[in-house]
Design a binder for this molecule. Structure first.
Ligand code: IMP
Length: 430
């Protein structure tokens, strides 16, 4: 057995793409298990520059089978655009499959996401407006349309008709906008269906066969733990679970089949959209991190909120994911910082909190309690060996490990795939 789950440990955008890319080289299969095209990462390689929202970056390795699992919500237009761009650059997508159980993002999902954000006005969640909340609501409400439905014209028309009848009532009577046309959506999505038909499969059996053969399989998450609908900063969360537990459900495996769960964390914290973030910096240090690390969203281009690393939230993330190890990214951003802070606890109403509160009002009022560590002045981008890291950088890693209760297995010190420092070996695969 050799199944590894990779998840985001913070509020998303931790640099999972690079770590997945690194491990995918040794994988036989990469399975994306949650989220939708609200996620995104940029891959720069000899083929060119690609912004991928749905297709696992394993697609760049010949022979690696890539699966968009049942836990993902697929916008077919976005998927087809990604496939086209890859094909134009000579990348074979014949090893890409999508689960027949994956739900589809329909035009009314994106429209309702926008209308609902407008209606919330000042209370907007800051969603990516990709239809994520509405598509996963429909999944739970048993009103969704799945990729497999596209394979049969009668089934598809029936499900679309039933869903659209209700959606048009909501659009016209609640939001006062024009209804959507059944024929227009039917024709457009039937066209997508024709193009995607060869890819739509019972991917669970493909995953099962790979696991039975003992092949290395990578389960790739999206977003981060603090955006989880149960454990994240509710209601400022996404609508599918980004946690390791969801990698089982979103791919079709059991918990006992996962051998390693790596959480990817940035050396600092970022967040896009609304919601509490206790360590957010509104000063020039926050701006410095943003500009140095180019912290702007891949999907929406929004500037990300930046701050010191939050070890209270980090420890919580380690626990709710059952992480075996941490992949730490962007450590080089701290090059030249005189000192670096880590939030070790929160102060709230005269009390010290060491656990992550579920109540957003409390979390918003929490004041971070910081420990200040010495920085380093050297540039660490060319370092490939942990012993060569400045002592202050090594102390920072040790302190993070102690505070989160989880070992750091590798550190990324730059955008290039070579800019990685292995710290310790965590079996399997390393
Ligand atoms: P939604 O997932 O588009 O509904 O957005 C809900 C919240 O999750 C918003 O605060 C988004 O900014 C955030 N979010 C969704 N996807 C990502 C991601 O890939 N990275 C970071 N934040 C995300």
């Amino acid at each position: 057995m050799a199944v590894i789950t990779i998840v985001g440990g913070q509020w998303g955008d931790e640099g999972k793409g690079k770590i997945v890319d690194l491990l995918a080289e040794k994988a036989h299969m990469v399975v994306r298990f949650s989220g939708g095209d609200n996620a995104g990462h940029t891959v720069i390689n000899p083929y060119g520059e690609f912004k991928l929202h749905l297709i696992p970056s394993g697609i760049f390795y010949p022979g690696v089978v890539c699966i968009i699992g049942n836990g993902v919500a697929i916008n077919p237009a976005v998927l087809l655009k990604e496939i086209k761009k890859l094909n134009e650059h000579g990348i074979d997508t014949g090893r890409l499959y999508i689960s027949d159980r994956a739900h589809l993002i329909m035009p009314y999902h994106t429209l309702l996401d926008e209308l609902e954000e407008e209606r919330r006005n000042k209370g907007a969640l800051g969603t990516t407006r990709k239809g994520i909340g509405p598509v996963f609501s429909d999944k739970a409400a048993r009103l969704g349309i799945r990729a497999g439905d596209l394979l049969d014209a009668g089934t598809f028309r029936g499900r679309l008709g039933a869903a659209l009848e209700f959606k048009n009532m909501v659009l016209t009577r609640v939001y006062g906008v024009s209804p959507l046309s059944l024929e227009e959506i039917y024709d457009r999505y039937s066209g997508y269906g024709e193009q995607l038909a060869p890819l739509i499969k019972d991917t669970t059996s493909l995953v099962r066969d790979a696991v039975t053969r003992g092949e290395p399989v990578l389960l790739e998450g999206a977003q981060g733990a603090l955006l989880d609908p149960d454990f994240g900063t509710y209601p400022y969360v996404t609508s599918s679970s980004p946690l390791a537990g969801a990698s089982c459900i979103g791919a079709g495996l059991g918990p006992g089949e996962i051998d390693r769960v790596m959480g990817v964390f940035k050396a600092y914290n970022t967040r896009v959209g609304a919601g509490p973030m206790p360590t957010e910096l509104h000063d020039e240090t926050g701006s410095l991190i943003r500009e140095k690390a180019h912290e702007y969203g891949t999907t929406t281009g929004r500037p990300r909120r930046c701050g010191w690393v939050d070890a209270v939230a980090g420890r919580f993330s380690v626990q709710i994911n059952g992480l075996t190890d941490i992949g730490l990214t962007h450590l080089d951003i701290y090059d030249g910082f005189p000192t670096i802070k880590i939030c070790t606890a929160y102060e709230h109403g005269g009390r010290t909190l060491t656990t992550f509160p579920s109540d957003q009002t409390i979390l918003e009022q929490c004041q971070p309690i910081y420990e200040e560590l010495e920085g380093w002045q050297e540039s660490i981008g060319e370092t490939r060996n942990v012993e060569e890291l400045p002592a202050a950088a090594r102390s920072y890693l040790s302190r993070l490990e102690a505070l989160t209760g989880c070992p750091v297995s590798l550190v990324s010190v730059g955008a290039d795939r070579m800019q990685i420092i292995p710290i310790r070996s965590i079996s399997p695969w390393q």
